[in-house]
Design a protein around this ligand. Structure first.
Ligand code: TRP
Length: 349
């Protein structure tokens, strides 16, 4: 045992700005965990391209937006390492090595890729290996690449939402098999599942840009107002004096997350019909705004110095690559593909 801090790696696909669901589900936790663990945060642009390869412009723009979101919510670039996937060739190399031993059936039956493929219309029916004219090798195999994302720095823990569990399980499988086969000592990571999950205010299961129901971390008070005003409350309440059922109200769900000091009062007064939905919504707007206000300030500071954001990403990527090249050197040696002493594939020129 060393007294080194345990390592975390987690990441996001840069397909747009991050929203309150991201904040509650994982970002808030990361801000706290960064002081307890050595933290790597990967902007997974290559993974984003597996679904958005026809929109590289969106990904390019989102890399910086996501970085800004991280910095705005309090990820400290002096404490955490923020890095960019496409600039880390070690991840690509490790993906190929993992592909050598990854079982096709494991990929075929991954419930997360399956439901994503269905939503995106990449498959017809249930099976990733029938009716798959639209499905690409890159998308089908992205969980292998995600295993490489996690292990190129030998992360111990991966803080993610529940939907990512099949990917972490696959990663563990791959690592066990790989270590068993080649005698490598790649760390088998564990998932750290966030408990909070935020549905959208309109009652949809998911916040999404295309549904127009997302509250983005970078939203201004007017956008918050518009979103909260659209929220679906208890449909049986026509008048402010009608007694309500908070459990079926979307605004109430948000009060549970954003208004700990107001929750009891809101519950009682809703049931008693002594608070109207409009007042209740105003209280929610105020609380969301007071959470986001310091984030807006920090965002503004960083927006004024775009060079600094680039520098943070470049420096973070450099640090991550340093770790990655150690990992890959070990792996190549154990695999027996270190044919020439003093010449590795990254040094041959
Ligand atoms: N698949 C993750 C998501 O959609 C993003 C991701 C990419 C990731 N690489 C990762 C998460 C590595 C954790 C670890 O949210």
């Amino acid at each position: 045992m060393t007294n080194q801090k345990k390592r975390i790696l987690t990441g996001d696909r840069p397909t747009g700005k991050l929203h309150l669901g991201h904040y509650v589900g994982t970002l808030k936790n990361r801000v706290k965990l960064q002081h307890e663990y050595e933290t790597y945060i990967l902007i997974a642009d290559v993974q984003a391209l597996t679904t958005h390869y026809e929109q590289p412009g969106l990904i390019k723009q989102s890399v910086r937006e996501v970085a800004l979101d991280y910095l705005a919510v309090g990820i400290d670039p002096n404490v955490s390492t923020i890095c960019v996937q496409s600039l880390i060739p070690e991840i690509a190399e490790l993906t190929v090595f993992y592909g050598l031993i990854t079982n096709m059936n494991k990929l075929r039956h991954n419930p997360t890729t399956k439901s994503e493929a269905q939503q995106l219309g990449l498959i017809q029916g249930e099976d990733l290996m029938t009716g798959f004219d639209q499905l690409t090798y890159g998308f089908f195999g992205y969980p292998v690449s995600q295993a490489a994302d996690i292990t190129f720095v030998n992360a111990n823990l991966v803080p993610v939402g529940k939907d990512q569990l099949p990917h972490i399980e696959l990663c563990r499988d791959i690592v066990r098999k790989f270590n068993g086969m080649f005698g490598t000592s790649i760390v088998e990571p564990e998932a750290l599942i966030g408990d909070a999950f935020l549905t959208a205010l309109d009652g949809s299961a998911k916040m999404s840009k295309s549904l127009g129901n997302a509250i983005f971390i970078s939203d201004d008070p007017d956008s918050i107002k518009a979103q909260v005003n659209r929220a679906v409350t208890d449909p049986a309440r026509i008048h402010a004096t009608d007694p309500g059922t908070p459990e079926i109200c979307n605004v109430y769900k948000y009060h549970k997350v954003f208004s700990p000091d107001f929750l009891e009062e809101a519950t009682e007064r809703c049931r008693a019909g002594s608070i109207g939905c409009v007042t209740c919504k105003k209280a929610l707007m105020a609380n969301i705004n007071s959470l986001l206000e310091p984030f807006r300030d920090r965002r503004k500071e960083y927006e004024a110095k775009p060079k600094e954001i680039d520098e943070i990403l470049i420096e973070g990527t450099r640090r991550a690559r340093k770790e990655g090249s150690k990992t890959l050197e070990h792996i190549r040696e154990k695999m027996g593909i270190d044919y020439f002493s003093n010449v590795t594939n990254t040094q041959i020129d």
